[in-house]
Design a protein around this ligand. Structure first.
Ligand code: PLP
Length: 409
């Protein structure tokens, strides 16, 4: 099989990932923080080590603010509902968003809890930061934007939007699902308050992993000095004057302190109720070693070189429509096309059945993006190479596309 669906999840994973999972399962697979015994302590140390690596990846000073989640959707829900826990304010987002951003925001808007503005994009799939600025209102609480479109691969100017949010006093949440591991992210320099990302895409970890970085401007309900007793009832905390206080959307056992009737208001435990995916996190730790050693630049350069090769053959050929910019320097490794005379779902099925090539067709969970492109409701055929994709595989795809295009016209 030629796997060109890395934007959904990366495949294959580096061999180190499977080895780390097998070792963890055989030796340390206890429940972290749920016991004082050595195995539980080792499991907890492993998780904290992964936290530190993730913090390094986005230049976050405090690894305790790196919350481990089940995927990027989990992290985005945690961020959006954490900030908008009370009925209040206006939120700015964009038409490029994945449903993991659009749906939670739309549900809050439908319930009358927030006002929502969706900023458009240009014909190539870029959001103008000035359009975000113009959409702001006095009561704008939050800006949520994708770093790279999962349909077009277009990389957005996150630093410019971060500066606009900071200037306005709003929080900025970045969906880095398609960028973490290939595009540098610096939460300080880019003024990002919340960044959500999966462990299973360009970070090359297993499914069931992800993270949310929660910045200093999103404090938990009450911050206790070390050694202070927990409040008797955290739920009695007064939120009336604490606009930026962050609320847990998932509550439950956290291991450490079981006496408190509510979540201990300390990161990461405040947001990490329930047994974590320790097995997946062990694999993610090994994947991060590979990603951090190689560096995001090398991975992105490889994907861009392959996209360039694909574009060189398809661009200008009237049998194909290409979406997004021709300049691969403005993209991550995702390319949307259509084949004349063929529904993208049919094209993907032919590639799968006839050529053993895996690509993704349809709306890619981003319906507003396809409305903006004029490709709603059929969508597009998305080609997303990864770090292990070879030139030969790209050539095989191009030959297959030429064959099905001839049959389709
Ligand atoms: C831009 C974007 N955001 C969020 C998500 C959701 O990620 P996950 O599948 O890890 O929940 C995806 C998944 O493809 C995505 O592409």
């Amino acid at each position: 099989m030629i796997y060109l669906d890395n934007a959904a999840t990366s495949f294959p994973k580096p061999p180190e990932v499977g080895a780390a999972i097998a070792r963890f399962l055989a030796e340390d697979a206890a429940n972290p923080g749920r016991g004082g015994h050595r195995m539980a302590v080792r499991a907890e140390h492993m998780i904290d080590d992964v936290r530190r690596k993730l913090a390094r990846l986005v230049n976050a000073a405090d690894p305790r603010r790196m919350i481990l989640t089940l995927n990027c959707t989990d992290a985005l829900n945690m961020a959006i509902k954490g900030v908008l826990s009370r009925d209040r304010g206006h939120v700015v987002t964009t038409v490029l968003e994945h449903n993991s951003v659009s749906r939670p925001l739309q549900a809050l808007a439908d319930a009358g809890r927030i006002a929502l503005t969706r900023v458009g994009c240009d014909a190539e799939g870029f959001v103008d930061p000035d359009a975000v600025r113009r959409a702001l209102r006095a009561d704008t609480r939050l800006i949520v934007m994708t770093h790279a479109s999962n349909v077009l691969g277009t990389i957005q100017d996150a630093a410019a939007v971060g500066a606009i949010a900071r200037e306005h006093g709003a929080l900025f949440c970045l969906d880095a699902a398609q960028s973490a591991g290939v595009v540098p992210i610096d939460v300080e320099a880019m003024q990002i308050d919340l960044v959500a990302f999966p462990g299973h895409k360009a970070l090359l970890g297993p499914t069931g992993t992800g993270a949310l970085y929660v910045g200093e401007r999103c404090p938990p309900p009450a911050t206790l000095a070390p050694g202070t007793d927990l409040p008797k009832k955290v739920s009695d905390t007064d939120f009336s004057d604490t606009d930026s206080r962050f609320r847990a959307w998932r509550e439950g056992g956290t291991g450490g302190d079981s006496s408190s009737p509510t979540q201990p208001p300390v990161y990461p435990h405040y947001l990490e109720g329930g047994t974590p995916n320790t097995v997946g996190i062990a694999g993610l730790g090994a994947a991060l070693d590979v990603v951090l050693a190689r560096g995001p630049d090398a991975a992105l350069a490889h994907e861009r070189r392959l996209l360039d090769k694909i574009l060189a053959r398809l661009d200008g050929d009237e049998r194909f429509t290409i979406y997004g910019p021709r300049d691969v320097g403005r993209r991550v490794g995702a390319l949307s096309i259509n084949v004349a005379g063929l529904d993208p779902n049919d094209a993907a099925a032919i590639l799968d059945d006839g050529f053993e090539i895996a690509v993704r067709a349809g709306l890619h969970c981003a319906p507003y993006c396809h409305r903006a492109l004029g490709t709603f409701p059929a969508g597009t055929l998305r080609i997303s190479p990864g770090p292990f994709t070879t030139d030969q595989e790209a050539d095989t795809l191009l030959d297959a596309l030429a064959e099905i295009a001839d049959a389709g016209v």
